[in-house]
Ligand binder design. Structure first.
Ligand SMILES: Nc1nc2c(c(=O)[nH]1)N[C@H]1C(S)=C(S)[C@@H](COP(=O)(O)O)O[C@H]1N2
Ligand SMILES: [Mo]
Length: 343
């Protein structure tokens, strides 16, 4: 692809990224802490201790998970984790703390309270799971996520991730480029946009029951070239393990140069379509959330500046980077007119 020129330092060694060992140690620390807690929180002790973190961690379905990482669903693909890091992109920021990321989530299907999403995901049955790819494609299909993880090849990529609300994190996603899944379905030339639809399960997602003013299920979309871009991932894991439910298990889209709401979680269906489809946040408040929503420090949100951002878990703000720092990769996809649009 013409737009895949590499940044000059693409193969530079990791600089200040927390090395893998550190978060694995942290994980073991958390496991130990979880076991200690399990002794106190009797109703959850058995399930929390059962498989340790990262396996069998669902807890009792419907009940409050015993800890923020006890929300990683069981999966036959668990042996694929951790996956090898692809140094194709590198970032000069330290990794966000794993527990901070797991307790600061936007997933309105469960609650708008970021700190409590993990507490509400207990009833959500995130695995097993299939993704349907349909629409303007030669080979529509329904594929099992665990099979896709095995067959399409998992890799780890450390990306910056920037929410439109001016907070940001730096995390190691695990997954495969979306173009590999689209290639299976073989998009037709009539397919110009790619639409994503998440689940509709009010019985499992309390926010879908109590917040009917959002037009569930969550729907988002990308232009075909954005969807096919090498940086656009289907993430199935984070921090060396399958995704916890609050991060969008079992599979979510990651588009690192766009505001976070363009990265839909727990997707069930991908539709290749001819016309630009409506998207949830743009429908909800078109004057605040555009279709493109490329990270841009120079275009303020109507209610706040986008010039800088808070790094979650760290008490400092840093300047926001144009296209979240991925301009060399994706800048040539956008005209000045598109870049000047609201969020
Ligand atoms: N289905 C769904 N996907 C979603 C959202 C949501 O509410 N529902 N929130 C979005 C927003 S606003 C952000 S910032 C990211 C947050 O991802 P994280 O919780 O894994 O950090 O998910 C995005 N994807
Ligand atoms: Mo967001």
């Amino acid at each position: 692809m013409a737009n895949l020129h590499l940044p000059p330092d693409w193969n530079a060694p990791s600089r200040s990224i927390t090395p893998e060992g550190v978060y694995w140690n942290r994980r073991h620390f958390v496991r130990a802490a979880g076991l200690a807690l399990g002794g106190l929180a009797l109703p959850f002790a058995t399930s929390a201790c059962g498989g340790g973190l990262g396996s069998g961690g669902n807890g009792v379905p419907g009940e409050r998970p015993s800890d923020p990482l006890a929300t990683i669903p069981d999966t036959p693909s668990a042996d694929l984790y951790p996956a090898e890091r692809n140094p194709i992109v590198d970032v000069d920021r330290p990794l966000t703390d794993r527990l901070v990321a797991a307790t600061h989530n936007n997933f309105y299907e469960f609650t708008t309270d970021k700190a409590r999403v993990w507490e509400n995901v207990g009833p959500f049955e995130a695995r097993p799971w299939t993704i349907e790819v349909t629409g303007e494609v030669e080979n529509p299909g329904v594929w099992d996520v665990a099979d896709l993880e095995r067959e399409l090849g998992l890799e780890e990529r450390v990306y910056r991730f920037r929410c439109v609300e001016a907070w940001a994190m730096t995390v190691p996603w695990i997954g495969f480029p979306l173009h590999r899944l689209l290639a299976r379905a073989r998009p037709l030339s009539s397919g110009r946009y790619v639409r994503f639809v998440t689940f509709m399960r009010p019985d499992q997602a309390i926010g879908q029951r109590t917040q009917p003013w959002y037009n569930w299920p969550y729907y988002e979309a990308l232009r075909m070239d954005e969807a096919m871009h090498e940086l656009t991932l289907v993430a199935t894991g984070i921090f060396g393990a399958p995704l916890p439910k609050q991060h969008g298990a079992p599979a979510r889209i990651i588009v690192p140069w766009k505001y976070g709401f363009k990265s839909p979680k727990s997707i069930e269906r991908i539709e290749v379509v001819r016309e630009r489809p409506p998207t949830l946040w743009n429908d909800q408040q078109p004057n605040e959330y555009g279709f493109y929503s490329n990270v841009n420090p120079e275009v303020p949100h109507p209610r706040w500046s986008q010039a800088d951002e808070e790094l979650i878990g760290e008490s400092r703000r840093v300047p926001t980077l144009m296209l979240n720092g991925y301009g060399e990769w994706v800048g040539d996809m956008y005209s000045a007119e598109i870049m000047s649009r609201i969020s």
